[in-house]
Design a protein around this ligand. Sequence first.
Ligand SMILES: C[S@@+](CC[C@H](N)C(=O)[O-])C[C@H]1O[C@@H](n2cnc3c(N)ncnc32)[C@H](O)[C@@H]1O
Length: 332
Amino acid sequence: MPPELGTAVFGVYATRALHLADKAGVFVYLADHGGATSGDVGGALGVDRETLERLLLVLVSLRVVERDGQGGHRLPEDARPYLDKREPQYVLGFVDHLLGSAAEQFGVLADYLARGKKAVDAERPAPFDELYRDVASTRRFLDAMWQLSFHVSHELAGLAELGEARRLVDVGGASGPFSVAALSIYPELTSTVFDLPEVEQFLKETVDRYRLEGRLGFASGSFFTDPLPEGDTFAFGYILSDWDDKTCAALLRKAYDACVPGGRVLVMERLFDEGRTGPLPTAVMNLSMHFETEGRHRTPAEYTDLLRGAGFTECAVRRSSADKHLVIGRRV
Ligand SMILES: C[S@@+](CC[C@H](N)C(=O)[O-])C[C@H]1O[C@@H](n2cnc3c(N)ncnc32)[C@H](O)[C@@H]1O
């Protein structure tokens, strides 16, 4: 069997092994004790050694953990920040979400295959009605968005070169991960998060936590029915991937109309390669988005076409070191 097929066939074990090891504290322990044997790890964590040894063997075969000739284990340097829950790049909280929702997702996707998304969705609540059905669920979603977006937003805000910008409008800005990062880098910038009314209390918590009173505000509304506030910079972080091309074109046109001449739009998204052959995380999230939203992931050329269609020029793609990248356009 080709190795790639092996990884695909046994992928469910890979995800579960990561999750189990994370919950047992294996990655934090190895981050602090490089070279530990499975006996050392098992003894320190108080877990069954035989089970741990077998779990470690799976992780070693996946190259998530390295094992030396003396049976010592280490986290590969490039993977460590993503496995250690004390690091901002930690991703295994997201694995929790994947495992929690995967069973439901695959049931619905099987239904889509049989009956089509439109017919099945007609019997389901609209995505944000479901996510914002109560305060606890709203908080869970906004916390997950913060985890996904906050760390990389510092890099994206730097790539956007906002030194001359003064009025950022963070469209669907949620509890403010991009705004907070941008305000921390550019002292003369102010930002308005434009989002649904359910989000307001969470943005206010962010304003208090980061002491941004007077620099970070909230405008309540729906980007389908309400005009956007005027500004010189419009951020769309993980917004266009929620909607179909026609809706994206309308949203970008609205931003163009509200943008002062000389201003810019920042689209921040996962990207497909131009040939749409990957990367795998974008392809996986594209399948997941099919179930969670009405959108999809796109190539850089598809985003620049959408921007040009709305009137923006000087479109350019700036890649971050993570999964979320920047496509920029200017209103002349
Ligand atoms: C996937 S989240 C992206 C959050 C954030 N921009 C980020 O990059 O992490 C989508 C955001 O769009 C907002 N949203 C959804 N429908 C909206 C609407 N009709 N009007 C305004 N905001 C909306 C949601 O409340 C949510 O904050």
